[in-house]
Design a protein around this ligand. Structure first.
Ligand SMILES: [Zn+2]
Length: 280
């Protein structure tokens, strides 16, 4: 867990060290580390740091990467992993359900046995979530089959997202404008956000003062059951505050505006389906 000097309370009081450094001199912030990036397929770099335009969004993303162990996920990422993973994401986007192993074999041209062993590695990297049998996909960030409070409307489809940031990044990943429907984690009030510019900008958010809490709780090698459960919308700062006072999950993390959370979503998910099938 990331503890110590970097706490949200310092940001809350606007006296944190973030404010004392000029924008984007990451070398001056040893606590947060460098901006890691990985070429996930030829010409496609993850994450898209250009989507990050706010210091708090950058800090939140760096902390997420640190707690989840970003190198474990992406180091030595291979084309066969990418083939299966992108097939899962496209299957979710097209049907709102995880594709079966036989469907993945058909789409990727791999044998079912090879798909299964690749799924096992994607799970170990926390790039996919499998059921208890290990033979069925139930999620791949940003998508899940489980009920969460985050629904993303893409055309006629209702896609379920793992968390608030994942929901906000789906438009940029699909290159399409979407509507995010969620709820305040404290009071249950509906929250609705709409993207523009093929998912790359946030057109509106209702209520307009809605915020996103990005917790930094990651355990069990699985973001879906830890980190994602602490990344949620709130109708405003008052309800975020009351929830933080009553929930262990609110102990440490970052408070982002909806716009800043959208930046993080775009940085993470924007590159996920870029240039699939394009030769280097
Ligand atoms: Zn509320």
């Amino acid at each position: 867990m990331v503890r110590g000097r970097y706490t949200n309370d310092r940001l809350d009081r606007k006296e944190g060290y973030m404010a004392s450094y000029p924008a984007y001199e990451t070398s001056a912030r040893p606590d947060l580390g460098a901006r890691a990036e990985f070429e996930i397929r030829p010409g496609v770099v993850f994450p898209d740091w250009q989507a990050i335009r706010s210091e708090v969004a950058e800090a939140a993303l760096l902390i997420i990467f640190r707690v989840m162990g970003i190198e474990r996920r992406w180091n030595h990422y291979r084309p066969d992993l990418d083939r299966v993973r992108t097939a899962i994401l496209r299957g979710f986007a097209e049907t709102a359900r995880a594709p079966s192993v036989s469907r993945l074999a058909t789409v990727t041209g791999m044998t079912q046995q090879d798909v299964l062993s690749t799924l096992g590695e994607l799970k170990d990297r926390d790039l996919a979530v499998l059921d208890e049998s290990g033979r069925r996909v139930t999620g791949a960030y940003p998508f899940t089959e489980h009920d969460t409070e985050h629904t993303v409307r893409h055309g006629a489809r209702a896609l379920r997202a793992m968390c608030a940031v994942d929901a906000l990044g789906i438009g940029a990943m699909l290159g399409a404008d979407v509507v995010v429907e969620s709820r305040c984690r404290a009071c249950g009030a509906p929250i609705r956000a709409e993207t523009a510019d093929y998912g790359k900008s946030l057109k509106s958010c209702n209520p307009k003062d809605a915020v996103v809490w990005v917790g930094d709780h990651y355990t069990g090698g699985c973001g879906a059951t830890s980190l994602c459960t602490t990344i949620a919308f709130f109708c405003g700062d008052a309800h975020l505050r009351s929830w933080r006072e009553s929930s262990e999950s609110g102990a440490s993390g970052h408070r982002l505006s909806a716009e800043e959370a959208h930046q993080v979503g775009c940085a993470v998910f924007g590159p996920m389906l870029r240039r699939i099938g394009v030769e280097a």
